[in-house]
Design a protein around this ligand. Structure first.
Ligand code: C5P
Length: 240
């Protein structure tokens, strides 16, 4: 049985303000995407990675991941993150016949430690059909209305920040994304609407329990120029 990882990397990353899509922004001389793929393969438990690339940058992405040879393939991403995941998932399930575990990992979480990746795979293999790495919430969180007025203060002890990779039993994620078991090249795209902000959210909508495992501060999502400075400091050993 094998593990595939799907890497949505087709976002524009507007909050970063860079000239290139976020996945291609370089940290320590390598695009974020390459750091993310390298981490997945370095974990030693992922057999194949499918990257969803921005349509205009497919050639650049293919060149960037060429060093990983046949362990990585590239598809054109979709309009929303969920579309990109579905397109890459379909491609990955066609590439390997015996996939039992699927990871979905944001290219922007490029510095996720291999221990987190292994822990997610191990926990799926141990019988949890959906697994997410999480961190406790250190700030107080307020719920506000459209005018900015605070309407509630949820108890932060029961809240968690969710990271990736999120791991799933392959048949479950296929069902969550509306991909038929007999799916092939000629199948029309599924009409399932992908509203959830993460993949585990889709699984929750199916009523399937989602297990949490400890995440890591290094698995933060590079979103803003500040995050990019943190990433640089991390790789040059100036941050822990
Ligand atoms: O925008 P956000 O940071 O939430 O995106 C999370 C991940 O989803 C990023 O790695 C981004 O490249 C990816 N994405 C995608 N296709 C889209 C939008 C976002 O693959 N259409």
């Amino acid at each position: 049985m094998s593990v595939i990882a799907v890497v949505p990397a087709a976002g524009r990353g507007e909050r970063l303000g860079a000239q290139v899509p976020k996945a291609l922004v370089e940290v320590a001389g390598e695009p974020l995407l390459v750091h993310a793929v390298h981490g997945l393969l370095a974990a030693g438990c992922v057999d194949h990675v499918v990257v969803a690339a921005p349509a205009a940058e497919v050639g650049v992405v293919v060149a960037a991941v060429r060093r990983f040879e046949s362990q990585v393939s590239v598809v054109v991403g979709g309009a929303e993150r969920g579309d990109s995941v579905r397109l890459a998932l379909r491609a990955g399930l066609r590439t390997l016949a015996d996939v039992d575990v699927v990871l979905v990992h944001d290219a922007a979480r490029a510095f996720t430690p291999v221990e987190v990746i292994r822990s997610v795979v191990d926990t799926v293999r141990a019988g949890s059909a959906a697994v997410v790495p999480v961190l406790p919430v250190s700030d107080t969180v307020k719920q506000v209305d459209a005018t900015g007025l605070v309407i509630a203060t949820p108890d932060r002890a029961g809240l968690r920040i969710v990271q990736t990779p999120q791991g799933f039993d392959a048949a479950l994620l296929r069902r969550a994304y509306g991909i038929a078991p007999e799916d092939d090249e000629s199948s029309p795209p599924s009409s399932v609407s992908i509203q959830a902000t993460d993949d585990a959210g889709l699984v929750e909508q199916l009523g399937v329990p989602v297990q949490t495992v400890p995440g890591h501060s290094h698995a933060f999502k590079v979103t803003t120029p500040f995050d990019l400075a943190v990433a640089d400091a991390l790789l040059t050993g100036q941050a822990g």
